[in-house]
Design a protein around this ligand. Structure first.
Ligand SMILES: Cc1cc2nc3c(=O)[nH]c(=O)nc-3n(C[C@H](O)[C@H](O)[C@H](O)COP(=O)(O)OP(=O)(O)OC[C@H]3O[C@@H](n4cnc5c(N)ncnc54)[C@H](O)[C@@H]3O)c2cc1C
Length: 536
């Protein structure tokens, strides 16, 4: 790409917002696993008009653009484009506005979880956002564009969004829902508008750049209690899933309840126990069980929360207790009052309960906060699981060469399917040629669907691990697919998994050709242009 192309972008954005320094480009081209695509430049527009100008220039000069909002798509490719491109970094676009009575905010792509949290506090809105387990510096729109999820009743971010403003690959701009009607009052409160609904086209795609979005938030409930439980036996996974499904379906459990295995717990608590294992990997199930005894976690560990009036929550507690009786141990409810007491008396109580209560609280607190929608970077420490040095104060898994690849299959919410996904993950990852701990969570994303998030965690500084991790991913992905478990979201290394039925893909390719005839927007991201519709 010749120098005068970037000068054209600089004339729109200002020189300071066209980054060409080698070091910055190479860090933008670094993810948490081995990738191939390069970054030609980082373009930093300040507003929607500048985004439109960038897109027009990209079309004129034939430059591929890869939009990122927070750029922290860790474990799925971070900021690295699917093909060598200029990154369109929307991080400077940080406007937020709100409606107090209708409980929504309208945000631009640069608004992070932290920005929103601060905004809600500053305006005393008494609204709770939903937060992911990733860092406070992740983008609200970036995560919603990927249909990510968190922990509260508003965990499904895409479902709770409306009124998108989207810049198309030719520079035109549209608003979805009722947003394209003059003076429409319901744009921010009614997702569909009238006629075909287009919002879905702009999530997990390369059809447009979302420059504004409305997000619905939860009014602070009268009462909140988190709950935690553990299963003592591996086989209780099935019965717990069967017991929780009716409660989730009846919305007694309104939040995205998470069940995690022991490997997931330990990787959230500490780094790999190198000394205990004498430097050998992987951590065996027997070693894990021994640590679980010491630290009071089981093969399966559940968390969730109940939200509502005191009376509603009291009834939900009763139903949850009844459902888990005989299936799980230590069902514990924690509210703000109890949490305060536990934190004060954790030291002396250690002798009463017989385990390290302070350690348990250290683990519970970030989860407790997440259930209230408060973001933290506590879970990010788990990306340093296999590193030999502790996570730094300012964590950056890309820079610190943490190895992390997510596999996130979805299944029907039944015990049998939960076991199906777990079995494949465990058998594959523990095999000697891979030797990775199968750390995984199972999230009751709805009353009917279960999302399993499996992490392949490793150290990129260990020779051969990058290749081993990708090989493990590919085998895992293949086995899961062959068993009917497809992923809810894909990393940039695995976009070839997106195609399914050729007629469906042909339709998407046709739309891509129509919207992006020059193929400049995130080429290869979920949708390929080359596919041709099969003849009838
Ligand atoms: C420890 C840990 C825990 C995590 N927990 C969670 C979790 O609980 N839930 C979860 O969902 N994820 C989780 N993640 C994964 C990931 O970090 C988050 O999903 C994060 O929100 C994505 O980064 P971002 O918000 O900065 O989005 P970005 O990186 O900005 O966006 C993601 C992708 O969406 C597309 N995109 C971004 N902005 C736009 C736009 N404006 N228009 C069109 N397309 C766009 C781009 O292709 C981009 O690559 C976790 C990761 C780690 C390491």
């Amino acid at each position: 790409v010749s120098r005068n192309v970037w000068e054209a972008f600089a004339s729109v954005l200002g020189q300071a917002n066209v980054v060409l320094e080698e070091q910055e480009l190479s860090s933008a081209a670094t993810a948490t696993y081995a990738t191939e695509a390069g970054v030609l430049a980082i373009l930093r527009p300040a507003n929607r008009t500048e985004v439109q100008r960038c897109v027009e220039l990209a079309g004129e000069y034939g430059v591929a653009l890869y939009p990122v909002s927070g750029g922290k798509n860790w474990g799925y490719g971070s900021r690295v484009p699917t093909h060598t491109s200029a990154i369109l970094d929307l991080g400077r676009m940080k406007a937020i506005s709100h409606s107090r009575s209708l409980a929504y905010v309208t945000v631009e792509p640069g608004v992070t979880q932290r920005d929103l949290q601060d905004y809600l506090a500053k305006h005393r809105l008494n609204l709770w956002m939903d937060s992911t387990g990733a860092s406070p510096d992740c983008s609200i729109i970036g995560n919603t564009a990927e249909r990510g999820f968190g922990h509260t009743p508003y965990a499904d971010h895409y479902a709770n969004s409306a009124g998108l403003e989207v810049v198309l690959p030719d520079g035109r701009c549209i608003e979805t829902g009722f947003g394209h009607y003059t003076g429409a009052h319901a744009t921010h409160v009614y997702k569909y508008g009238v006629g075909p609904t287009l919002d879905g086209l702009f999530s997990q795609s390369n059809f447009g750049i979302i420059t504004r979005m409305t997000l619905w938030l939860m009014p602070e409930p009268e009462y909140f209690t988190a709950f935690f439980f553990k299963c003592e036996h591996e086989e209780q996974l099935e019965t717990v899933m069967e017991a929780l499904r009716p409660l989730r379906m009846a919305r007694v459990l309104d939040s995205a309840c998470h069940i995690v295995n022991g490997y997931k717990v330990i990787s959230g608590l500490q780094q790999y126990p190198w000394e205990r294992t004498g430097g050998r990997t992987p951590l065996t199930p027997a070693e894990l069980a021994a640590i679980g005894k010491e630290k009071n976690f089981g093969p399966w560990n559940g968390s969730g929360a109940l939200y509502g009036t005191r009376a509603q929550v009291a009834e939900s507690k009763r139903l949850l207790r009844r459902a888990l009786r005989g299936n799980a141990k230590n069902l514990t409810f924690i509210d703000d009052r109890l949490l305060g007491l536990l934190r004060r008396f954790a030291g002396p109580l250690r002798h009463v309960v017989g385990w390290d209560l302070r350690g348990t609280l250290d683990l519970l607190l970030p989860v407790y906060n997440l259930l209230k929608g408060i973001p933290s970077d506590h879970s990010l420490k788990s990306a340093y699981w296999r590193k030999r040095t502790p996570p730094p104060a300012q964590m950056n898994p890309d820079r610190d060469r943490c190895g992390l690849i997510w596999c996130a299959p979805v299944a029907p919410l039944t015990g049998e399917h939960a076991r199906g996904m777990v079995r494949i993950a465990t058998e594959t990852m523990l095999r000697p040629e891979y030797s990775f701990e199968p750390a995984l969570s199972l999230t009751l994303t709805s009353g009917r669907a279960l999302t399993c998030v499996i992490s392949i965690g490793y150290d990129r500084d260990v020779a051969g691990e990058d290749e081993r991790a990708l090989a493990c991913y590919r085998e895992l992905a293949r086995k899961l697919r062959e068993s009917g478990y497809y992923f809810y979201r894909l990393g940039i290394h695995s976009m070839e998994e997106a195609p399914g039925d050729p007629t469906y893909d042909g339709l998407l390719a046709g739309l891509k050709n129509l919207l992006d005839p020059n193929g400049i927007l995130a080429p290869g991201r979920y949708i390929e242009r080359k596919v041709t519709l099969p003849r009838p």
